[in-house]
Design a protein around this ligand. Structure first.
Ligand SMILES: [Zn+2]
Ligand SMILES: [Zn+2]
Length: 390
């Protein structure tokens, strides 16, 4: 019998009602990125009640603390949970539906905070079972550039002491409770935002020869940008470029507008390729505008880097996942082109980001996203085991 796993499971089950209450409170009171004041106050209150020491004020509302195990050792393991919600009007009809109009924990960050709080309580109760220190980070602003992670790092969250590694855990819809999804190496993409304004010369739609039609230039440009992906890129290099918004402040059935704005995203998993593409997007866009007599204004907002999972840590997670959830409980999952600011921590210390099953299927960022709350105890116990034994 796996004694430590049994003890953690028991503790997680003992606090399961508490976990549900915490998660429901957080779910009812979601706050947007970098505005997580009440969330931070709530977590600090719980930490105070549990006698867990911390410092607040990182990246505005972030919290960093240190918990000591009963066995002395230089070992330091960091755990991170993000805190922010999204500008989405919740459409669920549960008793714990969001009370903040137009704001919703639709990415499961309420669950991430609950998992971390639960893990801390378990770690504290079982402190004689583990060595060294666990550093914990409640991080604001994951959903909005520039993200809270880089600010937390700049403000010293990973110093004094520097952790040996850092672990993040994200909800995974479509995966049962009691299953953890792992992937070693490149796991998530970098994400950069593209903002382009094409200026032509507006006029009567029946007299295009007297105008420079920015709509036609924009149409050409959207297709040309796709060629950077389909024709210039090595097919074995994963990347995506999407123009998700194309608007004009003017124009009508009989009016050629003077301006078109494009917004989009560029994602990939290779830093050299990423840099070269920033240059090529600008060359392609300015070349097409120039050839058509239009002018271009362009801005690329660099987002999060690609997320790399340390292979040795992933292997440890597989072993521990098998111990905690059984052989069926560890799933190898594909890489994805979404991005996560947890990636920044991996630039400082070895890191692993895993995805944990929540027993419901609605995707994250959807107004009907929800979780099966039995995932709370499962994820808290799993995170505690990782902190003790990785
Ligand atoms: Zn999200
Ligand atoms: Zn998220």
């Amino acid at each position: 019998m796996d004694k430590i796993v049994e003890r953690i499971r028991q503790k997680a089950s003992d606090i399961s009602e508490q976990l549900v209450a915490w998660r429901r409170f957080l779910h009812q009171h979601p706050e947007l990125s970098f505005e997580e004041a009440a969330t931070s106050t709530y977590i600090q209150g719980l930490l105070n009640e549990c006698g867990i020491p911390y410092r607040s004020g990182f990246a505005r509302h972030g919290i960093v603390g240190l918990l000591s195990g009963g066995i002395s050792s230089p070992r330091v393991i960091a755990l991170r949970a993000d805190m922010d919600a999204l500008p989405i009007q919740e459409e669920n009809e549960c008793s714990y539906v969001s009370r903040n109009a137009g704001v919703m924990h639709a990415c499961g960050h309420d669950v991430h905070m609950t998992w971390l709080l639960g893990a801390l309580v378990i770690l504290q109760d079982l402190r004689e079972e583990w060595s060294g220190k666990v550093k914990f980070l409640f991080q604001p602003g994951e959903e909005r550039l520039p993200g809270g992670a880089s600010a937390m790092i700049a403000e010293g969250a990973l110093e004094d002491p520097v952790p040996d590694c850092i672990i993040g855990q994200h909800v995974q819809p479509g995966m049962p409770v009691g299953v953890v999804g792992l992937r070693e190496g490149m796991f998530m993409a970098s994400g950069d935002e593209l903002y382009l304004t094409i200026r032509g010369k507006g006029g009567h739609a029946a007299m295009p020869h007297l105008c420079v039609d920015p709509i036609v230039v924009a149409a050409e440009l959207v297709l040309a940008l796709q060629k950077l992906i389909s024709r210039e890129k090595d097919p074995f290099v994963p990347a995506v470029l999407t123009i998700g918004r194309m608007t004009s402040p003017g124009g009508a059935t009989n009016v050629i507008p003077s301006e078109v704005q494009l917004e989009g995203t560029f994602r990939c998993m290779d830093e050299d390729y990423r840099k070269s593409m920033h240059k090529r997007i600008l060359e392609m866009a300015s070349g097409i505008c120039q050839a058509n007599g239009a002018t271009l204004e362009m801005r690329i907002e660099s987002g999060y880097p690609a997320l790399y999972n340390d292979p040795a840590l992933v292997q440890r997670c597989r072993e521990l996942g098998t111990r905690y959830f059984g052989g069926e409980g560890v799933s190898e999952i594909p890489a994805r082109m979404t991005s996560e600011d947890f990636a920044w921590y991996g630039h400082k210390v070895p890191s692993v980001f895993c995805r944990t099953g929540i027993g419901k299927n609605e995707s994250v960022h959807h107004p009907r996203f929800d979780v099966d709350e039995t995932c709370l105890a499962a994820g808290a116990g799993w995170l505690a085991l990782l902190a003790m034994r990785i």
